[in-house]
Design a protein around this ligand. Structure first.
Ligand code: AMP
Length: 138
C-alpha cells in the first residue's frame, strides 16, 4: 500500500483544512479529534508522510513517542481523567480510516464508557477550549 497525499490529515498539515491545534513543530502536529471517543481525545500526527506504523521510518517513530507521552500526560492533567488510552490503527480491517500515521490519545474517566470510534462530532467551542487547556498543560 502506498501513501495517498490526498488524505484529510495531509490537507490539515498543508493548512488547507482547519483544525483545533494543540501543538505544532517542524516534525509533528497535535490536534483535537472532531469525532472524539471521550472528552479530550487528541491526535498526534508526525508530519513525515507515511500511511501508518507499517511503512513509517523508525526514526520518525523514535522522535514522536516522547511527544505522545507528553500529550498523554497533558490530556490527563487538563481533563482530570483517571487514565489514558493510546491507540493506533493500521489498515482498514484494523479500524484505520485516515491513511496518514497518527496516534490517538484518549482520556478515560472512571465509570464512563468510551464512545464509538468515529462517532458523533463534538461541539467546536468545546474542542477549542480543550485544545487550549491541553496546550497549557504540555
Ligand atoms: P483512524 O480510524 O485511526 O484512522 O482515526 C482517524 C481519526 O480521525 C478518527 O478518530 C476521526 O474521528 C478523526 N478525524 C477524521 N477527520 C478529522 C478532522 N477533519 N479533524 C480531526 N479529526 C478527524
Amino acid at each position: 500500500m502506498t501513501y495517498d497525499p490526498s488524505n484529510i490529515f495531509a490537507k490539515i498539515l498543508a493548512g488547507d483544512i482547519p483544525a483545533h491545534k494543540v501543538f505544532e513543530d517542524d516534525s509533528a502536529l497535535v490536534m483535537m479529534d472532531i469525532f472524539p471517543q471521550s472528552r479530550g481525545h487528541t491526535l498526534v500526527i508526525p508530519k513525515a508522510a507515511s500511511r501508518n506504523l507499517l511503512d513509517a521510518d523508525p526514526a520518525v517513530l523514535s522522535a514522536v513517542m516522547p511527544l505522545v507521552q507528553r500529550v498523554a500526560r497533558a490530556a490527563k492533567a487538563a481533563t482530570g481523567a483517571d487514565g489514558v488510552r493510546v491507540a493506533q490503527f493500521n489498515e482498514a480491517p484494523a479500524g484505520q480510516t485516515v491513511f496518514h500515521l497518527h496516534f490517538h490519545v484518549i482520556p478515560v474517566f472512571d465509570g464512563v464508557a468510551l464512545g464509538t470510534h468515529g462517532g458523533g462530532q463534538a461541539d467546536n467551542a468545546e474542542l477549542a477550549t480543550l485544545a487550549q487547556a491541553i496546550a497549557a498543560a504540555l
